[in-house]
Write a protein that binds this ligand. Sequence first.
Ligand code: GLN
Length: 242
Amino acid sequence: MKKFLAVLLATMMTVALCACGSGKEQLVMATNAEFPPYEYHEGDAIVGIDVEIAQAIADELGMELVIEDMAFDSIIMAVSTGKADMGVAGLTISEDRLESVNFSTPYTTAAQVIIVKEGSDITGPDDLVGKTVGVQLGTTGDIYAGDIEGATVERYNKGYEAVQALLQGKVDAVMIDSQPANVFVEQNEGIYVIDEAFTYEEYAIAVAKDNTELLEKINDAIAKLEESGELQAIIDKYIAAE
Ligand code: GLN
């Protein structure tokens, strides 16, 4: 009877601590659902590789995944101030971001590519001198394009807005991560990805500097998902093998 009471009390306390439906502790993921195939809207839902990886991690930790969709350049701040527990948004590990947050072990690799209109004379990053390049605000593409001397950078809130600007002739090229580039090119006529990846990047999950306990748990979960093959299965579900 005593044990029963203890269990009951523990259960009640958990429920009181997190006013959530499942009675599980929440794991809040900050993301920007404008980045297919990693995170994007499908009807009312937010789906994609990152969402499934985050869900698998939450399951592993026995927590309830809650997705907070926000502007891309708000994610690191949301994590570092504790508004969200983790940032999962195709986030490239960078020196700059490491000043504000910690990163998990990487779960995949990526690269920046250039999208141009058919008939464009741009064949690589060197040709961007004197041109206007559309990027998503606050991304690594934004930083790399800004480093090209003589190129003008136009910043958009969503990667897709940069692609629309390209279609409308407002910019000469778009610099963006390779997988979203493939998706946007597939969805639109008359543009293509230049067959040259000129950065090597690793995507990882951002966690607040003082939350090393969660970081360790996430790293353990990633290791398990890697070992079981589930991580690769999630990626393969969204990205056709080349
Ligand atoms: N990988 C890029 C970055 O970290 C872009 C991510 C994104 O747009 N979601 O800046």
